[in-house]
Design a binder for this molecule. Structure first.
Ligand SMILES: Nc1ncnc2c1ncn2[C@@H]1O[C@H](COP(=O)(O)OP(=O)(O)O)[C@@H](O)[C@H]1O
Ligand SMILES: [Mg+2]
Length: 256
């Protein structure tokens, strides 16, 4: 569903060259929930932007549904970290959620139905008429998730979507994303710098090294599919997996 082949990305400008991604290769099969974890500045956002067709690769290629990405691929949605900047303040919640559907030329009644269903799925039916700035940070991020769901993507990319919300809200949103994934069967690539979050959420954790970025480890998360914040996080296997990812990140931070 997603293929990243020898991806290499250099930012070049104003006399400053930054190798954001060294050499990345991995693929994500259809329907998988994969987490990408790596230190700040290792190129996670760059990777997602290339996959989303928002930024060209310097070399190598990425494919979505077997098609090389040269523009935003159809059937792909992204949820960014800065929910504040991703919603339009002058549009009501419902209008924000409907916007990508409107851009597709979908009829008003159809987009209304999809938006209502998506807002219900994130527990925000009551807020459809509000403006984003009237909502808490966690609610705004749920609106951004609803907008992604309403689009009915085959592939959902999420870039540290919960970095700016409080711990309790974050736990709720993590469970929301798991339920969305289970219910809609999307292929999900979730980027985070939080090891616990990656292990809790994913079926698989791809650990990236510090820049120049490569895949340092690719770990199957063999925890039961039914997860909850208390039971899963106190599971001995959870602790073991988290320890493995942690050790790997320590290793790539300070290469021998
Ligand atoms: N538009 C840009 N121009 C120049 N350098 C950039 C740009 N965006 C990111 N970088 C640099 O590329 C590297 C990777 O950034 P990024 O992909 O945002 O990492 P992450 O999301 O893992 O924190 C960093 O060194 C960052 O400073
Ligand atoms: Mg980032």
């Amino acid at each position: 569903m997603l293929e990243v082949k020898n991806l290499h990305k250099v930012y070049d400008g104003h006399g400053r060259r930054v190798t954001a991604v060294g050499d990345l290769t991995f693929s994500v099969p259809e329907g998988q929930f994969a987490c990408v974890v790596g230190p700040s500045g290792c190129g996670k956002t760059t990777l997602l932007r290339v996959l989303a067709g928002l930024l060209p690769a310097t070399s190598g290629e990425v494919l979505v549904q077997r098609t090389p990405v040269t523009a935003p691929p159809p059937g792909l949605a992204v949820v960014f970290q800065e929910y504040g900047r991703s919603l339009f303040p002058w549009l009501r919640v419902r209008e924000n959620v409907e916007l990508p559907l409107k851009a597709q030329g979908m009829a008003r009644s159809d987009r209304g139905a999809l938006a209502a269903e998506a807002l219900a799925a994130v527990g925000l039916s009551d807020a459809h008429g509000a403006y984003p700035w009237q909502l808490s940070g966690g609610m705004q991020q749920r609106v951004a998730i609803a907008r992604a769901i309403a689009y009915q993507p085959r592939v959902l990319l999420m870039d540290e979507p919960f970095a700016a919300v409080d711990a309790q809200t974050r736990a709720d949103l993590e469970d929301l994303v798991r339920s969305v994934w289970q219910r809609f069967g999307v292929t999900l690539l979730f980027v985070t710098h939080d090891i616990d979050e990656a292990v809790y959420l994913g079926q698989r954790v791809i650990v990236l090294s510090a820049s120049p970025t490569t895949v340092a480890q690719d770990l199957t998360i063999d925890l039961p599919a039914e997860r909850d914040q208390l039971t899963t996080r106190s599971d001995a296997r959870f602790t073991e997996l988290r320890g493995q990812v942690y050790a790997q990140i320590q290793k790539v931070k300070a290469p021998a």
